[in-house]
Design a protein around this ligand. Sequence first.
Ligand code: NAD
Ligand code: UFG
Length: 345
Amino acid sequence: MSQNILVTGGAGYIGSHTVLQLLLSGYRAVVVDNLDNSSSVAISRVKELAGEHASNLDFHKIDLRDKPALEKLFASMKFYAVIHFAGLKAVGESVQKPLMYYDNNITGTIILLEVMVAHGCKNLVFSSSATVYGSPKEVPCTEELPLSALNPYGRTKLYIEEICRDVHQSDPEWKIILLRYFNPVGAHPSGHIGEDPCGIPNNLMPFVQQVAVGRLPSLKVFGNDYKTKDGTGVRDYIHVIDLADGHIAAVKKLADPSVGCEVYNLGTGKGTSVLEMVTAFEKVSGKKIPLVMAARRPGDAEIVYAANGKAERELKWMAKYGIEEMCRDQWNWASKNPYGYEKSA
Ligand code: NAD
Ligand code: UFG
């Protein structure tokens, strides 16, 4: 019989792709999302893409902080595990509204863990981030590097990781996998689901995509005086489908009796500069992206990329896609849905 997986934030960018991969791998997925930063159209599109597996997906519009609603859901069915994506993620906004971030991300997580334990579900996969490495003193970033946070968003990830370690320490029946994502980009190759940020995008590729479809005039390159190959910042971009598959590997790993509270980087292990990324996107889209050189963005690290050996060894997972495929799929999604979910055909 297929296992029920609860996916918080499953209507969002990474969540929707992961839900699809879960369904295609034979799991039943129950999504909880308040739709604060997503659209229910994403859920309908996932169902379309899932074909014969579509009936294995249920959606509930619930805010994680609504404990009675969460209790009711857990009382109605048994979950094998929870994949916990739900959270706010805009770094700049977190500096302006720290209490909103602490309340949403940390209170939401505490309520989720309380309800899980009350209903005997102690298997968790959590969306952490490479942001917990702060400005790393060395690269590639191994899971053992010292942790720090540069802003309230990053602190929510760091604190939730610590909360998970404490929870596991207090009760070893918990099995927790903390996944530190590097820079997710791209979209499902069908172009039917992808990233649809509200307002002006903060991240590089959603911004590039909006320039390409004519919604924004040019890309500001934040700093071209870094000590990198071409002076621009270097990151480890990972195709969102590879990232989604990393979650399937993590859910499978939960069955391993040796799992306690584990942490894994999900990245490709390769660093790519802003200019390399833009050039790759221009090549696959045939669109020129006008650039404006600008000052460094405060708080930005120079070079960040993952050591991916631990995930490869222990999760038996490795990214399959390269930069060209990431840009191709980003453009496919953008050209089919230039205004995201709500306004697309
Ligand atoms: P997203 O905003 O597209 O998805 C998050 C989803 O959570 C949204 O659908 C939102 O409506 C929902 N949500 C937020 N607060 C909620 C609450 N209190 N109750 C119910 N639903 C709630 O973001 P994403 O890019 O898919 O990121 C998913 C997770 O991965 C987040 O925790 C994020 O911090 C983390 N992460 C993302 C990145 C990235 O670059 N995208 C990198 C590292 C880590
Ligand atoms: N960049 C630009 N112009 C832009 C946007 C970004 O030049 O308009 C540059 C940045 O300076 C950086 C690179 O593109 O060098 C990537 O920037 P992103 O904002 O896309 O990604 P970051 O690595 O800065 O941060 C993202 C998320 C964080 C997360 C981190 C690691 O925003 O929350 O990836 O997962 F923690």
